[in-house]
Design a protein around this ligand. Structure first.
Ligand code: RIB
Ligand code: CA
Length: 310
């Protein structure tokens, strides 16, 4: 069998983060070396507890390092409306029962150490705000030479409703995105539109429920997970698309484009967004399509594999 792909995951679990983590742990292609927690879908304590809960649930012993509890330069704007109070939709984690522990090393230091220890450059999968990555790049400027690429869920390819769209991961900490862009690390962008196409519909969620106990837990998570665009149609699993790029790039399509941070002002509203264009020297692969049938089949297969930890 081919060697697994070692990677580092920056995450703010979140329902779609949890689905991405399940897929990454139980597909056969990925070896997660480190989780770095970012605040985002909820306060850092929620995101950390949710990641530790997933380590218990999946019986994993992967280091979990905690990032800053706020964006680099602005106050946090958590996504409690979309991801539910605890961050895992309709599933309430009993934090008193969590056994897994964080490592004491802060995320930016743990990420740098893991990168330096690795014999080869590692991909970083960013499925939450980029705060921990920016912190590492600021503290260890030469860290960028150890990073193969950053595959991030964030931004939108097009303007939506005629204006730049305030995609959560980018808008939560735009100053961190600027630092990552300045590093010139190769980027793979998985824009929000993909998750609005690659969503699990009601039948898919029924398959989750019927598969095993873990599928039932995910079905509970999906219950209160509200992605504005997909709404009642199902669960927009944005974050899974980043892992899928690593496991099945042949089932995705991308364009070489140029992404840069811009700030949109409309009355008293001001937010950061990623502007995409195709008339400058490309600095990112922008994913534009995914084979949804294979995508879902691979997710269902990974879910079936979770039975081995029950
Ligand atoms: O806009 C979608 C992104 O914001 C996803 O990563 C989701 O988990 C939230 O963090
Ligand atoms: Ca996320």
């Amino acid at each position: 069998m081919e060697q697994k792909i070692d990677c580092i995951v920056v995450t703010d679990p979140g329902v779609d983060d949890a689905t991405a983590i399940m897929y990454a742990l139980f597909c056969k292609e990925i070896n997660i070396k480190l989780f770095c927690i970012a605040g985002g879908n909820g306060p850092i304590i929620n995101a950390t507890n949710n990641c530790l809960f997933l380590m218990d649930l999946f019986k994993q012993n992967i280091p979990v390092a905690v990032g800053p509890d706020h964006p680099l330069k602005r106050p946090p704007t958590y996504a409690l409306n979309a991801q539910g109070k605890g961050g895992l939709g309709g599933y309430k984690v009993n934090t008193k029962k969590i056994k897994s522990k964080i490592i004491e090393t802060p995320a930016c230091d743990a990420m740098f150490e893991m990168l330096k220890e690795s014999k080869k450059k590692l991909p970083i999968v960013a499925i939450g705000p980029m705060t921990p990555i920016a912190e590492m790049l600021e503290k260890y400027p030469d860290s960028k030479k150890y990073v193969k690429e950053i595959i991030f869920m964030g931004g939108t390819k097009e303007k939506i409703y005629g204006k730049p769209y305030r995609e959560f991961n980018i808008a939560f900490d735009p100053e961190s995105v600027e630092i990552v862009l300045k590093s010139k690390i190769p980027l793979v962008m998985v824009p929000m539109e993909l998750g609005h196409f690659a969503y699990l519909d009601k039948n898919d969620i029924k398959i989750f429920k019927k598969t095993n106990k873990i599928g039932k837990i995910f079905a509970k998570m999906f219950k209160k997970y509200k992605d504005f665009h997909v709404g009642h149609l199902g669960a927009a699993v944005h974050d899974v698309c980043t892992i899928y790029y690593l496991t099945n790039p042949q089932n995705m399509k991308w364009e070489n484009g140029y992404v840069e941070m811009k700030y949109y002002k409309n009355g008293n509203e001001e937010y950061g967004y990623l502007d995409t264009s195709y008339d400058k020297k490309p600095n990112a692969k922008i994913c534009v399509d995914i084979d949804i049938t294979d995508f879902k089949t691979d997710i269902f297969n990974a879910l079936k594999m979770t039975s081995e930890v029950l």
